[in-house]
Design a protein around this ligand. Structure first.
Ligand SMILES: Nc1ncnc2c1ncn2[C@@H]1O[C@H](COP(=O)(O)OP(=O)(O)OP(=O)(O)O)[C@@H](O)[C@H]1O
Ligand SMILES: [Mg+2]
Length: 502
């Protein structure tokens, strides 16, 4: 069992101003799931990108199947059987599934012409081996995130991968999609594939991995057998201290009503949503991924159009706004997807008709970014955002640090109501509590706060009141002593049957 498929020895990688990897050694065994954990910016993605041919290490060696590995690029790595499934999916939306699976390695005849039938046939076989329900001809842009991930995983079949690296694969998957993914991972494992699994979700780490390696500031803190360790030990290795499961709740001092919605409905997404939130209040919106929570707040913010419903701002009825108007009124929406956020910042002013609202976000935030440098500095230290300086491009920040940046950016706009959609997704365990403290601080300053979260301890811990949503409807409201995990589970699971039967 001590057989090793890939071994990294003393790898070092520096970027201007940061040593991302400092003499890192690490190995992967066939048929194991090896977790890589550490704070945001610890170097996890960088290490994996060196294995996948995206970064050239400054020093050190990589051995693969007993030989020294030299890679000319990501396609070379893929051809040799090392596949990285990115933290931010990286497919070409306008191409078909088959074209994406074999991207850069399309089969051609001796005249350089694409062998379409072969491409289709091989892609179809790879999809079938994974039990995918979609075919090779579908355009990738029309697929859900989970399906797009399956397209990336299909490359493992297509290229007969020996090593597959998952970088935060479940960040935007529903529970059942996660189960499906774990099933796929177990299948790869049974075939002897060596798997690296990066995640900030500790329950997943303890569920699916065999060994855990902890990185901290670019250095390996140690590698342990998952069965022989526990959460406390891993946390201590990651951040140098243990964490108490303690949430700070803002003092419950409420002012006037800031926002009220009545009968908000959108066919196929949600119906008859009514609630209000006051100054100084943190309102939690709990539900499973897919319950319609994001759609509701996007509609309030004006990113989506409602079919029916009324909106009151500071007790006066207003027309359902467009994003520009809601920002002017004093609303801020920190969306859950940093991928799209990050993308937009890279796209700049380029036309992108499918993401008009996101383009607006970026215009606004860039304005604020330059104006409110001082405020940003404040949040940079409060959220311990790891950047070399204000000019460092978003694309050079680690995934979690991009997420923190998105949050800080919106706080610079000085809103009256801030809506936080999954504010700690992709955030390391140490920084999560900093974000919880920040939420309490904002409420105590008199902001109305809406927090969407699929993590029950989080939503119960930070909120004064919680609405439970299931299948597009608010099914229960809890406050005070009634705010318990049992009640929330009960509310979202009981509501399901009758609604689904409609
Ligand atoms: N292309 C780049 N140019 C400059 N600096 C970079 C680049 N890529 C990563 N870094 C820096 O290297 C460090 C490690 O980043 P990395 O993305 O590996 O972190 P991570 O452990 O994956 O974090 P997260 O959990 O947030 O995804 C960070 O300080 C990051 O800003
Ligand atoms: Mg990362």
């Amino acid at each position: 069992m001590d057989e090793v498929i890939l071994e990294v020895r003393d790898i070092t990688k520096t970027f201007p101003g940061v040593t991302a990897l400092d003499s890192v050694s690490f190995d992967i065994r066939p048929g194991e799931v090896h977790a890589l954990v550490g704070e945001n910016g610890a170097g996890k993605s960088t290490l994996m990108k060196t294995l996948a041919g995206l970064h050239k290490p400054d020093g050190g060696e990589i051995f693969y199947q007993g030989e020294e590995l030299r890679l000319s690029g990501p396609l070379d790595a893929r051809r040799k059987g090392i596949l990285l499934i990115h933290q931010e999916l990286s497919l070409s939306p306008e191409l078909s599934v088959a074209e994406n699976i074999y991207l850069g390695a399309w089969p051609t005849n001796r005249f350089g012409m694409l062998k379409k039938r072969e491409l289709r046939r091989n892609a179809k076989a790879a999809l079938e081996a994974l039990g995918c329900l979609f075919g090779p001809d579908v355009r990738v842009g029309t697929l859900s995130v989970a399906m797009q991930q399956m397209v990336e995983i299909a490359r493992a079949e297509a290229f007969r991968a020996n090593v597959v690296i998952f970088d935060e694969p479940t960040a935007s998957l529903t529970d059942s999609e996660k189960d499906q993914l774990f099933h796929t991972i177990r299948g790869l494992k049974a075939r002897g594939v060596g798997i690296v699994y990066i995640s900030h979700k500790m329950d997943e780490i303890f569920d699916i991995t065999d060994r855990i390696t902890v990185l901290r500031d670019g250095q390996v803190q140690g590698t342990v057998e998952t069965a022989a360790t526990d959460l406390n030990q891993i946390t201590r290795m990651m951040i140098g201290r243990t964490l108490d499961a303690y949430f700070v709740k803002a003092k419950p001092e409420f002012g006037g009503e800031v926002l009220r919605v009545e009968g908000l409905s959108k066919r196929g997404l949600f119906r008859d949503i009514s609630f209000s939130v006051r100054e100084g209040e943190v309102l939690g919106l709990y539900g499973l991924v897919g319950a319609g929570r994001s759609e509701v707040v996007e509609t309030i913010f004006g990113v989506r159009k409602a079919d029916a419903g009324k909106l009151y701002w500071k007790e006066g009825e207003v027309a359902l706004p467009r994003p520009r108007q809601s920002i002017d009124m004093g609303m801020a929406l920190v969306p859950e997807s940093r991928k799209e956020q990050g993308l937009v910042l890279m796209m700049g002013g380029r036309e992108n008709t499918s993401l008009p609202h996101l383009r607006l976000f970026s215009e606004v935030s860039v304005m604020n970014w330059t104006k409110e440098m001082a405020v940003f500095e404040k949040y940079r230290s409060a959220l311990s955002i790891k950047t070399t300086g204000p000019d460092q491009a978003m694309s050079q920040l680690s995934g979690g640090n991009q997420q923190k940046f998105v949050l800080a950016k919106w706080l610079c706009a000085d809103p009256k109501l801030i809506i936080l959609d999954e504010p700690t997704r992709g955030i390391d365990v140490g920084s999560k509590s900093a974000i919880h403290e920040l939420i309490a601080e904002l409420a105590e300053q008199g902001l109305a706060v809406i927090v969407i979260s699929s993590e029950m301890p989080e939503v119960l811990g930070v909120s004064h009141r919680v609405l439970a949503m299931s299948e597009g409807a608010i099914v229960a409201e809890f406050q005070g002593d009634a705010m318990t995990e049992e009640h929330l589970i009960d509310a979202v699971s009981h509501a399901r049957a009758p609604v689904a039967a409609e």
